[in-house]
Design a binder for this molecule. Structure first.
Ligand code: ZN
Length: 242
């Protein structure tokens, strides 16, 4: 079965209100995860992470959230934060907390789990947000710009101004600034964007081209790519021309 099968709708459209989500499992190992969507994780509240967080809606835990935590942590999805209940099973000594709060991204229909880590007394406190990258932009929308964020997070701005986590298949692992698989996967995806005028935003069926574009690859592996910046399709074309 191919992901392009006509009745498999893997990109959520808020006007329709539903999409398919494909699971991958290794039953004998107890592994259950996403079959198509790559996992994404944000540990630092950069400007773009904040923009994304601002649109999330808190919701009750559902089966998609269970894919974002270790199996033994699934019960913690149902625990309140120490800030709401000092006696919560995820609270530590009434002051620390290891809760996991659930929400969803209403634009892409994807689950989000915010994992709280607060030591007793609060000397260390942080939130890590786990979710999945979309399997492409929504129908009718195309690529406007590529955003290299701080901490190596990579986003896309759509033609309607919407911020999206860059669409990514399982195990593509986009990254920038060194010679390796991540920058090669990104260069391959960028070539697809340039060659389709930003229309085809689906992740590549293979993680990366066997012969990636030389100039795009030279850029994704360079230090110049490893700084916060926003690039339009014209910018990417210029890079590809060399
Ligand atoms: Zn908490």
């Amino acid at each position: 079965m191919s992901r392009t099968q006509h009745d498999l709708q893997t990109t959520y459209d808020p006007s329709k209100g539903w999409s398919h989500f494909v699971l991958y499992t290794e039953p004998e190992r107890g592994t259950v995860t996403s079959g198509l969507h790559a996992a994404a994780s944000f540990e630092q509240p950069t400007r773009y992470v904040k923009e994304w967080l601002a649109r999330l809606r808190t919701c009750e835990p559902n089966s998609l959230h269970t894919l974002l935590v270790e199996d033994r942590k699934i019960p913690s999805l149902f625990d309140p934060c120490v800030y709401k209940d000092r006696e919560s099973p995820s609270a530590i000594a009434g002051d620390g907390c290891v809760c996991a709060q659930t929400s969803m991204d209403p634009e892409f229909g994807l689950p989000v789990v915010a994992q709280h880590y607060r030591t007793v007394s609060g000397n260390i406190e942080n939130w890590t947000y786990r979710t999945f990258a979309p399997a492409g932009l929504r129908a009718g929308e195309s690529f406007e710009s590529l955003i290299i964020d701080e901490r190596g997070y990579i986003w896309i701005r759509t033609t309607s101004g919407l911020l999206s986590i860059i669409p990514e298949g399982r195990a593509s692992g986009y990254s920038v600034g060194y010679g390796g698989g991540g920058p090669t996967a990104l260069a391959s995806y960028l070539r697809q964007l340039v060659e389709t005028d930003g229309q085809n935003t689906e992740p590549l069926a293979r993680a990366y081209d066997e012969k990636p574009d030389r100039n795009l690859l030279a850029w994704t592996t360079s230090k110049a790519a490893n700084v916060a910046q926003e690039l339009t399709l014209d910018d990417l074309r210029r890079i590809q021309r060399g």
